[in-house]
Design a protein around this ligand. Structure first.
Ligand SMILES: O=C(O)CCC(=O)c1ccccc1C(=O)O
Ligand SMILES: [Mg+2]
Length: 326
């Protein structure tokens, strides 16, 4: 059901949250996460969305996203519906519209895959004590490829029921990536669910997968203009970051394209605030019900806003405390 064109109201909020990005962002360090919220009302219904382009990852700036959002809001109030082109704005607005229209299911997947760097002892301790499905995500590519391989092998050896998602963010040449694999015992390699983007080029990453038997996933590649879903692609998974991708419709079509090819689609964070993250948990439960999403980034932030993540002990800042633009 679409909202009637009369009785519409809208607010836009601007916010900043101190953040310690740790290993999540590599060289692109930021100390403050900034963004916008849109709040749409029609009759007695309400929908929220988060628009927070990620510096170093989004092509658009916050200023550009804000201009697009304010312009769209004016048009929506007068009865228009068409989404802006900028991915962060299209994503946040489409979430707000989906909430308003009741098309974003409430059921959420609040499981996360704990995210960390290659600090063996910490990781082994944390995983040894974990219950249920043991999957962790480890950022590699910081301390030399061979070293990373040794660490990964050690963790797979120490925690016999762990599965790892690894992320190299295109750090390695093919020969470095092969050095990494060389240090992981072949029978442990199947417990690497995937490694995201091991090499600088897609073709090298594919050679790495063929030569080592280690599953690879596309993250950055998925958002490049020459990327296509291809049934002969050796990659086992794709990482979908909605803030960097666009509308819910586009997210849905990528998740469906992956499923048709038998690839795993993983909904993942672009360091959204708790409002956006809880919506990503709902999107994951809806579109990728058999896959734990990659949303372990809330604890990098100083506090939550508007909506709390269940079990989080971070302070929750309500809408009334945020700066309202309209
Ligand atoms: O995917 C996850 O599990 C966590 C999110 C994450 O790693 C990330 C977060 C922001 C920007 C880039 C990345 C990345 O995948 O490299
Ligand atoms: Mg990644």
């Amino acid at each position: 059901m679409n909202s009637p064109k009369t009785n519409r109201t809208a607010h836009v909020y601007k916010w900043q949250i101190p953040i310690d990005v740790g290993v999540a962002l590599r060289a692109k360090r930021i100390s403050c996460r900034e963004g916008l919220y849109i709040e749409l009302r029609s009759e007695d219904r309400c929908g929220w969305g988060e628009i927070s382009p990620l510096p170093g990852f989004s092509a658009e700036s916050l200023e550009e996203a804000q201009d697009a959002l304010l312009c769209w809001t004016k048009l929506w109030l007068s009865g228009e519906e068409e989404l802006p082109k900028l991915p962060s704005a299209a994503f946040g607005i489409s979430c707000a519209l989906a909430e308003l229209n009741g098309t974003l299911p409430m059921k959420a997947d609040y499981r996360t895959v704990p995210l960390g760097g290659c600090e063996t002892e910490k990781l082994v301790d944390k995983l040894a004590g974990a219950k249920g499905e043991k999957t962790a995500k480890v950022k590699v590519g910081f301390s030399g490829a061979a070293n990373d391989g040794i660490t990964v092998d050690t963790v797979l050896h120490a925690v016999s029921d762990v599965r790892l998602r690894l992320d190299a963010n295109r750090s390695w040449t093919l020969s470095q990536a092969l050095d990494f694999a060389q240090n992981i015992r072949p029978h442990y390699r199947e417990r690497i669910a995937f490694i995201e983007e091991p090499c600088q080029s897609r073709e090298e990453s594919r050679i790495f997968a063929r030569q080592t038997g280690i599953a690879i996933a596309w993250d950055e590649s998925l958002r490049e203009s020459d990327f296509t879903f291809d049934s002969s692609d050796i990659a086992k998974a794709v990482v979908i970051k909605p803030t960097l991708t666009g509308s819910l419709e586009k997210i849905k079509s990528q998740a469906e394209a992956a499923r048709r090819l038998g690839m795993t689609a993983v909904i993942s964070s672009s360091l959204e605030s708790s409002l956006g993250l809880t919506q990503l948990a709902r999107i994951a439960a809806w579109l990728t019900p058999n896959t734990i999403p990659g949303l372990d980034t809330l604890n990098l932030m100083r506090y939550q806003q508007i909506r709390p993540w269940p079990q989080s002990t971070l302070e929750l800042v309500p809408a009334e405390s945020l700066q309202r633009l309209i």
